[in-house]
Design a protein around this ligand. Structure first.
Ligand code: MTE
Length: 326
């Protein structure tokens, strides 16, 4: 992953630029060959097996009922691609870094505090959170602002189930997601590429939309650390950066919260960040996307769909100028 390291106003670098998948893969395979070339026969075996298990120890199974109302029919992305080509800057800015480095993340014990404008604030441990509502498997498209997409079977339940339990007051208009920022577990926290902790936010009606998934697993198992264990949010009609990983706090607020990428580059990343092929990123087009796993040299890009194809959210934005509120 290439980061444009030029200074940006307050000294923060500009957000990431895209490393095309072919370049990324070619670079990895070159690095692998270099590593292989420099080790003995025994070392080679060890290297190969470590690479195969780069995703760490086997993950616990997580049973969930498939919900046929939320199934994208496109071919699923492989688990390997979904768990080794990640953005999780707390573990480094290269796509391969999170799978390599996130083994240090301690996901148990884990609590999540729900506070702010609610009648029933609560702190839940990860087991209580997992049992709070029936788990569903939903196959969602995830479209990254960088121009790639994946199709992933997530496990979780609508965030609205949790929101119901805490009873927001009439003052609650927004929801903020605060994620873990622990420099002892996260080597990327020393890097000023973003302001930590990574935070994200939604309007309350967006958070309550049934598509918004409180996510605890994927591919039949708990989340791998690099995908945001033990709990993250998935908002499939928004660019992937809205889907905050490893959440420790959910706050209900009167005012719109600040969000990590918006703080870093407000002219590039708005609060809404709905997938929108008609509103380009200032540095690249958003009209099309590369589906990870389909990227042969001559493979055509796919057309990006308004709201990532989730047209049922359109009423949330009725009457809004989506070029202004990007
Ligand atoms: N959450 C945290 N805490 N830190 C991050 O760097 N990256 C975001 C989002 N959530 C990020 C995060 C971005 S840019 C994307 S595209 C998605 O996570 C990627 O999720 P995935 O790795 O599961 O595909």
């Amino acid at each position: 992953m290439l980061i444009k390291r030029q200074s940006h106003g307050d000294g923060l670098p500009l957000p990431s630029e895209i490393t095309p998948r072919e370049v990324f893969d070619a670079r990895r395979s070159f690095m692998k060959q270099m590593a292989v070339a420099s080790v003995t026969g025994a070392g080679l075996l060890e290297f190969a097996s470590r690479d195969a298990f780069a995703q760490g120890a086997p993950l616990a199974k997580l049973a969930a009922r498939p919900n046929s109302s939320y199934v994208v029919m496109d071919k699923q992305t492989s688990f390997k691609d979904a768990s080794t080509y990640n953005n999780y800057y707390e573990f480094g800015t290269d796509k391969a870094d999170p799978a390599q480095n996130a083994g240090t993340l301690k996901t148990r014990p884990w609590t999540i505090a729900i506070e702010g404008e609610v009648k029933k604030p609560m702190t839940l441990d990860i087991d209580s959170l997992t049992r709070l509502a029936p788990l569903e498997e939903r196959i969602y498209r995830l479209r990254c602002v960088e121009g790639w997409s994946m199709v992933i079977p997530w496990i979780g339940y609508s965030l609205s189930e949790l929101i119901k339990k805490v009873e927001p007051t009439s003052n609650a208009k927004y929801v903020e997601f605060v994620t873990l920022a622990d420099k002892n577990q996260m080597p990327g926290i020393g890097d000023r590429v973003l302001q930590w902790p990574y935070t994200e936010g939604l309007r309350l009606d967006e958070a309550n939309h049934p598509l918004t998934l409180l996510t605890l697993g994927m591919y039949g198992e708990v989340l791998p650390n690099q995908n945001g264990a033990p709990v993250r949010i998935i908002v499939p009609w928004k660019y992937g950066f809205k889907s905050a990983k490893s959440i420790v706090k959910i706050r209900f607020l009167k005012e719109q919260p600040k969000t990590a990428w918006n703080i870093s580059a407000p002219q590039e990343y708005g609060f809404y960040s709905n997938v929108n092929p008609n509103v380009d990123h200032p540095r690249w087009s958003q009209a099309s996307e590369r589906r990870i796993g389909e990227d042969g040299f001559f493979t055509k890009k796919r057309k990006t769909l308004m709201f990532n194809g989730y047209n049922e959210v359109a009423p949330l934005y009725a009457g809004m100028d989506l070029k202004k509120f990007f």
